[in-house]
Design a protein around this ligand. Structure first.
Ligand code: GDP
Length: 447
């Protein structure tokens, strides 16, 4: 799914990530590449253009004072906008009627009949009692196909062979559903190879009789922006409530999924991901966006970093480090910052290529132990560790539930670190440096 698009975007990001600073020119370059990738993925031209224009404005106005790199920030903006392009949030099916009525429409071969059966099975698994209704009366094979699929998924199928009056079939189906306590009706309607007026008219008539809560267009994702055009035409006539994209498992380039919502304002609700009747999934715009970008991890990393670490603070800290004014209080704040970002292991796992630097991280309980010691110190002691004489150290050990040796150990290593830090500028290097100094105070037995 979307492999080509993802590959292209990753190329763009590789360059973006390398930039220390983003200028109007390199943002424009990167976005031009993104736009080409979208057009190659068969995204509608206007959709791609407007979307990129929006992003350009956002990227230039982005507040770049945070510690994440500007390139990473652009990736995050792209991700968020991609989620919006795909429809923002999941859309559930409206099933409030009794029985609830779902009209499936679409061109021949779009996967409509298969999707009717998939939907029946899916609703059954959600505790509903669905019934399929065969309204594609022009193709006897379509009725048989629905009956076969219905048997497979053990969902009853209502069909009236020989009856050509589709609204009448629908009425009878609703009546039977009431008698048999079926609470969702799924209408498989006739398709055409192309949109034509008589078909549309029939569907409009059927809609009047059925009064469906959902009119879902089943569209073949593999047909790219053509699917989006078809969607537009159906929507004009029928006021669709949403889409089911079939064949998302195939060589889908992305055009349909990325254009549909913007062109019609209606959400993609479900996707077909294979030929089996169980291959139906809820469409999650955010997961799809991460998948398309192939950058889900960076996005969460940026989110976390934006929540927790402020670049201004980091700059102040850097200055303190240089001037050798780094105190135990700063040290404590850093530890808290790191803890706020969640387990260090998880954080590292999110950075591409960082998986092999695992031993850089500190066990959570060591962090907690160190915090306890520093918290048992007075502000003056934290600022001037040199005043910590034996008496004070005993008090601190008692206050934090550790031995005096452990307090000494922490202070010794803090002193060594401070000395080493003197010439180190960056926070990233700081983490590395700590490791070089033999790690944070190794404190066995500390709870
Ligand atoms: P209809 O003419 O719109 O009713 O289309 P069908 O339901 O007969 O589907 C046409 C073909 O597409 C069938 O061979 C289905 O098995 C296949 N198909 C439907 N949905 C999917 C899907 O999500 N993935 C794949 N790979 N094939 C699908």
């Amino acid at each position: 799914m979307f492999e080509t698009l993802t590959g292209k975007l990753q190329e763009v990001f590789k360059n973006l990530r390398g930039y220390g600073k983003l200028s109007e020119a390199n943002i424009a370059d990167a976005l031009r590449e993104v736009r080409i990738a979208l057009l190659e993925a068969d995204v509608n031209y206007d959709v791609a253009k407007n979307w990129i224009d929006d992003i350009q404005v956002k990227a230039l106005g982005a507040n770049v004072t945070k510690t994440v790199s500007p390139g990473q920030q652009i990736i995050k903006i792209l991700h968020d906008e991609l989620v919006r392009l795909l429809g923002s949030a999941e859309s559930s099916l409206q099933l409030s009627g009794s029985p609830a009525r779902i009209l499936l429409v679409g061109l021949n071969g779009s996967g409509k009949t298969t999707t009717a059966a998939k939907l029946g099975l899916w609703l059954k698994s959600k505790g509903r009692s669905p019934m399929l209704v065969a309204c594609d009366v022009y193709r006897p094979a379509a009725v048989e196909q629905l009956q076969t699929l219905g048997r497979q998924v053990e969902v009853p199928v209502f069909a009236q062979p020989g009856e050509l009056n589709v609204p009448r079939i629908a009425e009878q189906a609703v009546r039977l559903a009431e008698i048999q306590n079926r609470n969702v009706l799924i209408f498989d309607t006739a398709g055409r190879h192309q949109i034509d007026e008589p078909l549309m008219q029939e569907l409009v008539e059927l809609k009047k009789v059925v009064r469906p809560q959902e009119i879902l267009l089943v569209a073949d994702a593999a047909t790219g922006q053509e699917a989006a055009n078809v969607a537009g035409r159906f929507h004009e006539k029928l006021d669709l409530t949403g889409f089911i994209l079939s064949r998302m498992d195939g060589d889908t380039r992305g055009g349909a999924a990325l254009s549909m919502n913007r062109l019609t304002g209606r959400p993609i609700k479900l996707i077909g991901t294979g030929e089996k009747t169980s291959d139906l999934e809820v469409f999650h715009p955010d997961r799809m966006a991460s998948r398309i970008l192939g950058m889900g991890d960076i996005v969460s990393l940026v989110e976390k970093a934006q929540e927790s670490v402020d670049a201004e603070k980091a700059a102040k800290l850097e200055k303190k480090l240089r001037k050798n004014e780094f105190t135990l209080q700063d040290f404590l704040e850093q530890l808290e910052e790191v803890q706020r970002m969640g387990p260090l292991e998880n954080l590292l796992a999110m950075i591409p290529g960082a998986a092999n630097v695992k031993n850089l991280s500190l066990p959570e309980k060591q962090l907690t132990g160190i915090k306890a010691i520093v918290q048992s110190m007075t502000p003056q002691e934290r600022a001037h560790p040199e005043i910590l004489n034996a008496r004070r150290r005993i008090r601190i050990a008692q206050g934090s539930g550790v031995t005096v040796t452990q307090v000494n150990d922490l202070l010794k290593r803090f002193g060594a670190m401070r000395k080493m830090m003197k010439n180190v500028g960056k926070m990233g290097k700081m983490l590395g440096g700590m490791r070089g100094a033999g790690g944070f105070p190794g404190m066995p037995g500390m709870r």
